[in-house]
Design a protein around this ligand. Structure first.
Ligand SMILES: Nc1ncnc2c1ncn2[C@@H]1O[C@H](COP(=O)(O)OP(=O)(O)OP(=O)(O)O)[C@@H](O)[C@H]1O
Length: 253
């Protein structure tokens, strides 16, 4: 697969494969996302979505194939290597510290928040946290609120904000909408729209709700048994087509 339009893909996987012992988790995966684009990654349980995200975030090494970041071939050595290239992942478990306030959680990737922090530095961190949240439209009354007191949607929004704050250029979101009600999910969808409008972030979104995928994503990739079986602009597909393709897997021949 080649880079589309003029700009190179923010991240691209060419012919990527991954096995775990006898299990082929991914086979010949070609995927790319451009800055300003949201790619939806869908597929049934065990299809390989998390394995693919973990390869893109440097957690697993692929057995075959090549990754490119902003057009350059890379072999990701670790999650911190990926992070140094602007690749950030928000997993379902969020890695937030509930007993710490919002502004310290926002700085977890960039500062040693357990050391005593001088008053003026704290003041500056609070100001920057407020600025970060305001710039992407996250409505949290106070940055000194403990994260454990926030709703699931607000916590998810803070986890996404933290990645953006760490200068992410490529944001990988593993089911940020799982187990959220309509209002909470709406909060995250609005946030993703705001981030997309910035135009400099490439986003990969794993989601099980196909209505939300068709609504928010520019393009969708369907993974089935470790292979991408559909790669289409969402404007050219529908929830019905996606559901039919997944259901067809289970139809008796
Ligand atoms: N560390 C591992 N060791 C062995 N097998 C694994 C490992 N990680 C994933 N697998 C296998 O690879 C395949 C793909 O799993 P993966 O978790 O990537 O799927 P998924 O699409 O994310 O599923 P889900 O939606 O249930 O999270 C499955 O058969 C799974 O059992």
């Amino acid at each position: 697969m080649d880079d589309v339009n003029d700009s190179p893909a923010a991240i691209r996987a060419d012919h990527v494969g991954k096995r775990f012992g006898p299990v082929t988790a991914l086979r010949d995966i070609n995927l790319s996302v451009r800055p300003g684009e949201i790619l939806g990654l869908i597929g049934d349980n065990g299809a390989g979505k998390s394995t693919l995200i973990k390869i893109l975030t440097g957690y697993h090494k692929p057995d075959s194939g090549q990754l490119h970041v902003h057009g350059e071939p890379v072999s990701l050595r670790s999650v911190s290597h990926a992070r140094s290239l602007g690749i950030e992942t928000v997993f379902q478990d969020l890695a937030m510290i509930n007993g710490l306030p919002v502004y310290l959680n926002l700085h977890l990737n960039t500062e040693r928040v357990y050391r005593p922090i001088p008053f003026l530095r704290r003041k500056e961190m609070k100001r920057r946290a407020r600025e970060c949240l305001d710039s992407i439209g996250i409505d949290i009354p106070s940055v000194t609120t403990e994260v454990g007191r926030l709703s699931g949607g607000q916590r998810q929004a803070i986890a996404v904000a933290r990645s953006v704050y760490s200068n992410a250029r490529i944001l990988l979101l593993d089911e940020p909408l799982a187990a959220m009600g309509a209002r909470e999910g709406g909060l995250i969808l609005r946030l993703l729209r705001t981030l997309k409008e910035r135009g400099d972030l490439a986003i990969v979104l794993i989601a099980h709700n196909y209505t939300q995928v068709v609504d928010i994503c520019d393009r969708v990739n369907l993974l089935q048994h470790g292979q991408i079986t559909l790669d289409k602009p969402t404007a050219e597909t529908s929830v019905t087509e996606l559901l039919d393709l997944v259901a067809a897997e289970y139809r008796v021949q």
